[in-house]
Ligand binder design. Structure first.
Ligand SMILES: [Zn+2]
Length: 354
């Protein structure tokens, strides 16, 4: 008998929810049909019976089905899909652009033209991979960013609306009430005041454990950033206990938080799936290094908000050659064949060991 792939995936997700498995954080979401709330797989709330669970491959798909985000596990903080997940390149790039605000006040045809495809092609790619339209995906990103700004910052509600990409306060209020069945201000009642020094916003950036902070720590220092004419500084520290980074951001950057948060996730490689990368490198000659530095990440360029390529490395680098125990470029290239498609991570591990 051939296993039904749908059934198999559903079983795997059921087990992941039962175990609150952090490896699936951001990979799928579980909707509880009795409460119409959707959660991250690792939600600490008591889980519903199997038959009351529905699984979604994106937060936007759960919202389209009429579920609202859990106030406890906060789906808006979940890491994104990794670059290597089984998602087409077009869908991934489009989703990244939309997360960064590409459809705020702009239409799908413009985004499609920028990506060099037809609008129909773009719509079908997103529908296939994340089960939603471009507009639905954009609306979910806006609402989820608004939700986190309401909870995590003291920004006035009007600023929250514009910072999240809404074109008016009225549209924001209507969309929020419609989707989340409560007014935006309800999220601010009874919360602890965020411990932020004035002039700065603190936002958390979740990742899938483990994370080797030593591979990123050099990027954490205060850095000047400019996006679309807005200037300010960003500094980042790690909260290992919370499985997130904490970004301290100048309030002057509030209008560009969408591209900034999306950019920081790329720069700090926060959507990586260490379970997959570490397993591959660990069984290909780097077991001791992986054990010493689990969850290594490849950092990008903070000033440009650019991520690094997962398979890029510098085979002519003498120090890298020495760390790998070889004496020339050709030998390092040959050795690195088995690390594909994660050669940048292997190089990072070797560099840490120097
Ligand atoms: Zn939850």
């Amino acid at each position: 008998m051939v296993a039904n792939p749908q059934t198999t995936r559903r079983d795997a997700y059921q087990l992941a929810v039962d175990a609150r498995d952090p490896r699936f954080d951001g990979v799928f979401y579980v909707g509880i049909t009795t409460t119409r709330v959707y959660c991250r797989p690792c939600c600490p709330s008591r889980t519903a019976y199997d038959r009351h669970r529905r699984f979604f491959n994106s937060a936007a798909a759960a919202e389209r089905a009429g579920f609202r985000p859990c106030l406890r596990c906060r789906p808006e903080l979940a890491p994104g899909r990794s670059a290597t997940a089984a998602v087409s390149r077009l869908a991934r790039v489009a989703a990244e652009r939309i997360a960064a605000g590409a459809l705020n006040g702009r239409n799908v045809a413009d985004l499609a033209a920028e990506l060099g495809v037809s609008e129909r092609h773009l719509r079908r790619a997103l529908e296939r991979e994340v089960s939603v339209s471009p507009h639905e995906l954009a609306q979910t990103h806006r609402l989820l960013l608004a939700k986190r700004l309401l909870v995590d910052t003291d920004l006035p509600v009007t600023r929250v609306a514009y910072a999240s990409g809404f074109q008016s306060l009225r549209r924001f209020n209507v969309a929020f009430r419609e989707q989340y069945r409560m007014p935006p201000t309800a999220l601010r009642r009874g919360r602890k005041a965020p411990p932020t020094e004035s002039g700065f916003l603190k936002l958390t950036l979740s990742y899938r454990r483990p994370l080797a902070w030593e591979s990123l720590v050099e990027l954490g220092g205060e850095t000047r950033i400019e996006i679309n004419g807005c200037r300010g500084t960003v500094s980042v520290e790690n909260s290992a206990a919370g499985a997130h980074l904490i970004a301290t951001i100048s309030e002057s950057l509030w209008m560009v938080l969408m591209p900034l948060v999306a950019g920081l996730r790329r720069v700090f490689d926060l959507d990586a799936e260490p379970a997959v990368i570490d397993a591959h490198l660990g069984t290909n000659g780097l077991g001791a290094l992986v054990a010493a530095h689990p969850g290594v990440r490849v950092g990008g360029v903070l000033e440009q908000l650019e991520g690094a390529a997962p398979d890029a490395f510098a085979p002519a680098d003498r120090e890298l050659q020495r760390a790998a125990g070889v004496t020339n470029t050709k030998a390092l290239l040959a050795l690195a064949e088995r690390w594909r498609p994660w050669r940048a991570y292997a190089a990072q591990l070797l560099r840490i060991s120097i």
